[in-house]
Design a protein around this ligand. Structure first.
Ligand SMILES: CC(=O)N[C@H]1[C@@H](OP(=O)(O)OP(=O)(O)OC[C@H]2O[C@@H](n3ccc(=O)[nH]c3=O)[C@H](O)[C@@H]2O)O[C@H](CO)[C@@H](O)[C@@H]1O
Ligand SMILES: C=C(OP(=O)(O)O)C(=O)O
Length: 430
């Protein structure tokens, strides 16, 4: 098992390049199997979830040709099996996109119930409601979602809750249904738009992605395309928050600043300076942060995937802040770990009440999930002394070369795999 070991206290300065969005790329990879022609996808993040999904796609027979770390060619014409199940696929969330993709193309899918971060109960009832409304029989048995239809019909679907996964999944299946599907109360996240753009580049007919109402006219066939995934707004936001907490001056490159507006707004409220360029944002912080209030909401609101990182910076801001989590009921699991580092946070229902402390102190902590793990890294970067973070495989689900990118802007962080290496790092930095 690997750990990150961090010596806190260095300001962050310099430039960091952001990769492709994990949550867009996962859906795009699944959608790529919907044509029998070869699809080329660029700007893939080289992270664990992507590799798990690519392996599952290869296992059902598709050609998966990894051109380099960030480019893949996929050809779905060789698929001979619509059953997707292995021990790794069960642990990721985005496996559910293979239901929409296979059902749309082959009218049949048997896919392991999805996993993902343990941040709440995470049902997929809205996905199932959508597939059923299109005429599919959907059953859950032996840990698999089994969906089948003689044909899929366009339909009108109202999502009771704004769901990124259900919006994208229904959009995929509807792309190859007969007739027109309307999704109301659709999610508007940038990755919903990116997946719609990708499907349209394969010949789908999707209008309205990025608004509350998406209209899809099904087509018989999709064709080859070459597509580049949008930048990862959550990776970008994480580096912005790291710079805010540690202090310094960091240019976060290869981003779409519009996607970062909610994050930027909160950083400015907390006392940082943020400059926007065409495809970069510069964050300047003296490390002296103010209290504020944050509520997570669907896009364009403040992203739930940035909530733990936000709480970490408010933990060392002057005064009392509140963070309200309105999407997932169990996304404060990092609070106990942060408390070990000196934070003063009380969680009441879905609200964290944060009394800012003067400093964090290094400790040995566990990454409870992906974003919480990244948030604990930020805490380690500003803490006095040494922080060791266990279970970093969660972090590696979604951040490519996190330690290397942080070192590039001045952090003292290393990935280690045993106690000896931890001691070696401590000797080196003391
Ligand atoms: C792989 C991926 O892209 N994961 C992202 C995706 O997760 P995911 O697709 O799981 O999140 P959703 O947007 O679907 O979930 C939003 C809310 O709707 C609820 N819900 C969802 C579906 C459903 O059928 N029934 C239901 O009740 C969920 O429990 C949650 O309370 O969007 C989340 C919200 O931006 C992000 O935190 C995750 O990083
Ligand atoms: C929660 C996340 O991922 P997943 O939905 O795959 O668990 C995330 O990306 O922050």
């Amino acid at each position: 098992m690997e750990q990150y070991v961090i010596k806190g206290g260095n300001p962050l300065n310099g430039e960091v390049e952001i990769g492709g969005a994990k949550n867009a790329a996962l859906a795009i990879l699944a959608a790529a199997i919907m044509t029998d022609e070869t699809v080329t996808i660029e700007n893939l993040p080289n992270v664990r979830d992507i590799n798990v999904l690519l392996q599952a796609i290869a296992e059902i027979g598709a050609m998966v040709d990894r051109i380099d770390a960030h480019t893949v060619k996929i050809n779905g014409s060789f698929i001979k099996d619509v059953t997707v199940d292995n021990e790794f696929i069960r642990r990721i969330r985005a496996s559910y996109y293979l239901i929409g993709a296979l059902l749309g193309k082959y009218k049949k899918a048997e896919v392991a119930l999805p996993g993902g971060c343990d941040i709440g109960s995470r049902p997929i009832d809205l996905h199932i409601k959508g597939f059923r409304a299109m005429g599919a029989d959907v059953d859950i048995a032996h840990g698999l979602v089994i969906a089948e239809a003689e044909k899929l019909n366009g339909t009108h679907i109202y999502l009771d809750k704004v769901s990124v996964g259900a919006t994208i999944n229904i959009m995929m299946a509807a792309s190859m249904a007969e007739g027109k599907t309307v999704i109301e109360n659709a999610a508007k996240e940038p990755h919903v738009v990116d997946v719609a753009n990708f499907l349209n580049s394969m010949g789908a007919n999707i209008r309205g992605a990025g608004t509350d109402v998406i209209r899809i006219v099904g087509v018989e066939k999709l064709h080859k395309t070459e597509y580049s995934v949008i930048p990862d707004q959550i990776e970008a936001g994480t580096f912005m928050f790291a710079a805010a907490a540690a202090g310094g001056d960091v240019l976060v490159k290869d981003v779409i600043p519009k996607h970062l507006e909610a994050t930027t707004a909160k950083l400015v409220e907390a006392g940082c300076k943020v400059e926007e360029f065409d495809d970069a944002v510069r964050i300047i912080s003296d490390g002296k942060l103010h209290h504020t209030q944050v509520t997570t909401l669907p896009y364009p609101g403040f992203p739930t995937d940035m909530q733990p990182q936000m709480a970490v910076i408010l933990g060392i801001a002057e005064g009392t802040s509140t963070v309200t989590e309105s999407i997932f009921e169990n996304r404060f699991k990092y609070v106990d770990e942060l408390t070990r580092m000196g934070a003063n946070i009380k969680v009441e229902s879905n609200i964290a009440i944060i009394n800012g402390v003067a400093r964090y102190t290094g400790a040995r902590v566990n990454a409870p999930d992906l974003r919480a793990g990244a948030a604990l890294v930020i805490a380690g970067l500003v803490a006095e002394g040494i922080t060791v973070i266990d279970d970093i495989y969660f972090i590696e689900r979604g951040y490519e070369e996190f330690d290397q990118k942080l070192r590039g802007i001045g952090a003292q962080i290393e990935k280690v795999s045993d106690e000896k290496e931890i001691q070696k790092f401590i000797l080196k930095v003391s």
